[in-house]
Design a protein around this ligand. Structure first.
Ligand code: C5P
Length: 218
């Protein structure tokens, strides 16, 4: 039977009013490369995709679920987690969302001062939810940092109870290439050279399948 992989990809958008939102520069390229690498390994894929220019085709072995916000992404993950042997959280999820979404466009003239304040509330952590509810499933996360990359990534690996984390420096966002460090639950570390995201994806998929096969036989 084909191995089933659930992937989150791209950024999320957190709307402030009907036309403005908080997001980040994630291109969704890594998510797409992971989908393609998984399909090459004859896996079945479900990808929960935040809004980005990258296109991922719905095919027999690849179901694409388009979402906008972190809460939407979590709902789609909750519905589909039971089908997955491997979960890969490649999405650059917005950690916060506006506490109130204005019903109408916020107008300048309605605001009395030169500053406005948007109160933000914490979003749910999707990958933490997955780790808490996983059965015999492999959970892989990403970490992107501007400093202390490896130590922050190791902390995330532990806190989010991941099997593997892909640590990238901030130049990776929107770029075609990356040189990540793969850090494993058992303490192993594998540093990859600067290569295309397609090559990185192949490595991540192969490592994830390897972990899945060991968990399955335990
Ligand atoms: O905490 P941080 O956002 O840096 O962690 C990155 C990892 O956690 C990524 O795999 C990302 O997809 C996942 N994540 C998530 N839900 C969030 C925040 C991050 O699934 N709310």
């Amino acid at each position: 039977m084909a191995i089933k992989i659930l992937i989150t990809s791209g950024p999320t958008r957190e709307y402030i009013d009907p036309v403005r939102f908080i997001s980040n520069a994630s291109s969704g390229k890594m998510g797409k490369a992971l989908v393609e690498a998984a399909l090459k390994q004859k896996c079945e894929v479900i990808v929960v995709k935040g809004p980005s220019a990258v296109e991922i085709k719905n095919t027999k072995n690849c179901k694409v679920i388009d979402v906008i916000s972190t809460k939407d992404m979590l709902s789609a993950v909750k519905e589909n987690l039971k089908f997955a042997d491997i979960f890969i959280g490649a999405a650059a999820v917005s950690d916060y969302r506006p506490a109130i979404v204005a019903k109408n466009k916020i107008k300048k003239k309605n605001v009395g001062s030169n500053t406005i304040t948007v109160k933000l509330v914490k979003n749910p952590d999707i990958i933490k939810y997955v780790s808490l509810h996983k059965k015999k499933q492999v959970v892989v996360g990403f970490a992107l940092e501007t400093k202390n990359l490896i130590s922050y990534a190791k902390t995330k690996l532990k806190e989010k109870k991941l099997d593997m984390i892909v640590a990238n420096d901030s130049s990776t966002i929107s770029s075609k290439n990356s040189a990540p460090t793969l850090i494993f639950k058992n303490g192993n570390i594998k540093k990859l050279n600067l290569v295309s995201k397609e090559k990185v994806a192949k490595e991540i998929i192969n490592e994830s399948i390897g972990i899945f096969k060991t968990i399955k036989t335990c």
